[in-house]
Design a protein around this ligand. Structure first.
Ligand code: URP
Ligand code: ZN
Ligand code: ZN
Length: 471
């Protein structure tokens, strides 16, 4: 059945205009004023509403064995939460531990998603070890359409890679034309600082930030940039949290390093005082890199407005309060992570566009289009164009609400943004033309989502000539 979205104000990364959108066979087939409804079409009246391309979250954790426990969402719960919040595609981090087989891990992560997600999805392949077997496995994974890697410079002995492993991963990534995303904190410094604090009896969640201060993140970012430069690879810093790391990332870009930057919602809106709250209240806000001194938010918002921060993700990673209390005796045992997949779009729309002067086109770019371009999904995703997948968000900017655990869909017993007001929410969300959400309720097909195969897009001329196409 066709779908006709009539009378909305279409807003993309580049343009804003009134128009109707006709959808047939999962894709957009016409964008014009006053399209006559085909006889079989469902017609949505979008008068007075904004129509955005479906939003893309480039950094989520759904299946995640981590810190002696598992993140709480499944694809079934996370995808519904995502869609209700306007996110129609997410990219999940495949994170096998160092002693797991990479290819087995990849298939485990893929199987968990298959048939269970209500929205489309792709993966970043976590490289948590690089040995004789890894290279062949990564080539196979890239051939399968997963064309981005993830490395951790932190989490020593668990996900973290050595400098030698980072070098080999980036060499291979450059050869294959894939982008490498990186968690940039110096693992050794974190580990030493954690031990120092614990031996002084500093065990509460308020000591998490001092154990991984801004300089530790700036060092990790500098080192990642230097390795990119020496390997001719393209990189993407995930969840950059502070001005010090931003500065070194910008310095690297200015000398020609191909480096992109993501920051995540908590670092724009929450600060370290949330993690300094007593007991479990503080633990709810433990993530890495940690929540920072509030002064960093000015730099992050300015860089986002200027397009120096490319994307806004979530690092969605729900652990409930029982899991957080695993760290009751030592902050080093608190599972790191906070959910946000459901809140990202409404929060950045509210505190960026509506109350903070973030240009609405930059908003669409940072939360959708730029991620699609960086990760090989554009213009299938991240665009409102004839031929693009009909992932559309009809947005009601007149809605007013308050974020609360009582109304959330994420599988968790708290919401890190509890009490935040929101100025707007999606009223209709479609995935390839199928209406999945109406006014805050999931009304669609639970298993509609599919795996998005991507092509490598960072092949240099030298490598393109030397290596036959990877697919
Ligand atoms: O605290 C965080 N960020 N938890 C999830 C794992 C990661 O580092 O992305
Ligand atoms: Zn991380
Ligand atoms: Zn993450």
């Amino acid at each position: 059945m066709a779908l006709l979205i009539k009378g909305g104000e279409i807003v993309t990364a580049e343009a804003r205009y009134l128009g109707d959108i006709l959808v047939e066979d999962e894709v957009i087939t016409s964008i014009q004023e006053n399209i006559a409804a085909p006889p079989d079409a469902e017609v949505i009246d979008a008068t007075g509403k904004l129509v955005f391309p479906g939003f893309i979250d480039p950094h989520v954790h759904i299946h995640l064995p981590f810190m002696a426990t598992f993140a709480k969402d499944t694809h079934a719960t996370a995808s519904v939460a995502a869609l209700i919040g306007g996110t129609t595609t997410y990219i999940e981090m495949v994170c096998p531990s160092r002693n797991e087989d990479a290819l087995e891990g990849y298939h485990t992560w893929k199987q968990k998603a298959e048939g269970n997600s209500a929205c489309d999805y792709a993966f970043h392949m976590g490289v948590t070890r690089f040995d004789a077997k890894t290279e062949g496995q990564l080539r196979e994974i890239v051939r399968d359409g997963t064309t981005s890697f993830k490395i951790f410079l932190s989490y020593k002995n668990f996900f973290g890679v050595t400098d030698e492993e980072m070098f080999h991963t980036l060499k291979l990534a450059a050869e294959l034309g894939v982008i490498t995303t990186a968690h940039c904190e110096n693992a050794e410094l974190v580990s030493q600082l954690q031990q120092l604090l614990l031996t002084k009896g500093k065990t509460g969640p308020e000591w998490h930030e001092p154990s991984r201060p801004e300089a530790v993140e700036a060092e990790g970012t500098t080192r990642f940039a230097t390795f990119l430069e020496q390997t001719d690879a393209t990189g993407y810093v995930v969840h950059l949290s502070c001005a010090a790391a931003l500065r070194v990332a910008m310095e690297a870009k200015m000398r020609g390093v191909r480096l992109h930057v993501e920051s995540v919602v908590p670092h724009f809106l929450l600060d370290k005082t949330f993690a300094e709250r007593a007991g479990v209240e503080g633990m709810k806000h433990i993530m890495s890199p940690p929540l920072r001194d509030k002064r960093n938010q000015t730099a992050l918002w300015a860089a986002l407005k200027a397009g120096l921060i490319d994307t806004v993700g979530t690092d969605h990673c729900p652990f409930d309060t029982e899991q957080k209390l695993l760290g009751a005796c030592a902050f080093t045992q608190i599972p790191n992570g906070i959910p946000g997949i459901e809140e990202r779009v409404n929060l950045i729309y509210t505190y960026g566009v509506n109350r903070g002067e973030l240009d609405i086109h930059r908003f669409v770019d940072a939360l959708s289009t730029r991620a699609a371009k960086l990760f090989g999904l554009y213009p299938r995703k991240g665009a409102i164009q004839v031929g693009s997948d009909a992932d559309l968000v009809v947005y009601d900017a007149n809605y007013r609400g308050i974020i609360s655990v009582t109304s959330q869909h994420t599988n968790n017993n708290y919401n890190g943004f509890e009490g935040f007001a929101i100025d707007g929410r999606p009223s209709i969300v479609t995935v390839r033309g199928k209406i999945q959400v109406r006014d805050g309720a999931f009304v669609g097909e639970p298993g509609r989502g599919g795996f998005l195969r991507r092509e490598p897009q960072y092949l240099t001329k030298a490598h393109a000539q030397a290596v036959p196409h990877v697919r």
